[in-house]
Design a protein around this ligand. Structure first.
Ligand SMILES: Nc1nc2c(ncn2[C@@H]2O[C@H](COP(=O)(O)OP(=O)(O)OP(=O)(O)O)[C@@H](O)[C@H]2O)c(=O)[nH]1
Ligand SMILES: [Mg+2]
Length: 239
């Protein structure tokens, strides 16, 4: 079944992305005139929130900015999803602000959703995908997280369980109860996949070439990794 989507929202969570966001947003908007961007910023000390407001003035009616006092990519993402649903999104795409997720792939994510896919993952580990220019240590962490997700949560049909580049049909986000997640941090990505799989939705992967962040610093440190692993156990225990 194929449908033409009219209202598509891209949710971008930001924390200290002042170099990346002003370059990224025009590239997203250029990709498809139906796209609107929801930026969820957690009071970034580097002023990313103000930059987001300035972009919203330039690209009128195509950018929504959510400013939060709390910190956490998991709660930020879910707030972005809820906003998109409230604004009538037919489909929602999530991507990082740091150019690890090339806007080039938006076209194919949209096309795949329009051809009937319920959930689309931009996948590093499916055939044709890959990782360009990332440190060996960071690649190993990413692979371990993926294997850990598989061992604890199953999801063996999904080759990249830790990707943060994904598209969803509205009905999928409506059915996974965004209000009751265990995750407040990075594990939000695998928690939503786990919930989506439990609801019986098929998950489709398309290959992407993932790049290291363009500018700025990583927020994914050892503390976040330990929190990630503990939360994945909690997700399993809760089900
Ligand atoms: N709103 C919000 N966004 C966040 C937070 N932490 C990270 N982000 C954003 O979420 C996206 C993913 O975070 P990254 O720090 O790039 O995490 P990563 O991709 O695992 O690690 P690196 O690319 O190596 O830095 C980026 O757009 C970040 O700016 C947070 O606490 N709140
Ligand atoms: Mg990143």
């Amino acid at each position: 079944m194929s449908t033409k989507l009219k209202k598509i929202f891209v949710v971008v969570t930001t924390y200290n992305e002042k170099e990346n966001l002003p370059a990224l947003v025009p590239q997203i908007l250029d990709k498809d005139s139906r796209l609107k961007v929801i930026i969820v910023d957690d009071s970034s000390p580097d002023g990313t929130g103000k930059i987001a407001d300035d972009l919203a003035k330039i690209f009128k009616d195509r950018i929504i900015v959510i400013h939060r006092k709390e910190r956490g990519v998991g709660t930020a993402l879910r707030e972005g999803f809820k906003k998109a649903l409230a604004l009538g999104a037919e489909a929602v795409i999530q991507m990082d602000a740091d150019f690890s997720h090339n806007p080039f792939y938006l076209t194919e994510i949209i096309k795949t959703l329009e051809s009937g896919a319920k959930v689309v993952i931009g996948s590093r580990y499916s055939s044709g995908g890959g990782i360009a220019s990332r440190s060996v240590a960071r690649n190993i962490i990413s692979k371990i997280a993926n294997l850990y997700n598989h061992i604890i949560l199953g999801l063996w049909d999904v080759s990249d369980t830790a990707s943060g580049y994904k598209g969803y049909q509205r009905e999928v986000l409506e059915k996974i109860n965004l209000g009751s997640f265990v995750s407040t941090g990075y594990s939000v990505g695998v928690e939503n996949l786990y919930r989506i799989a439990a609801k019986g939705f098929k998950i489709t992967e398309i290959p992407i070439l993932f790049s290291d962040r363009n500018a700025g610093n990583s927020k994914m440190g050892l503390k976040e990794l330990v929190k990630y692993m503990i939360t994945v156990l909690k997700i399993r225990a809760k089900s």
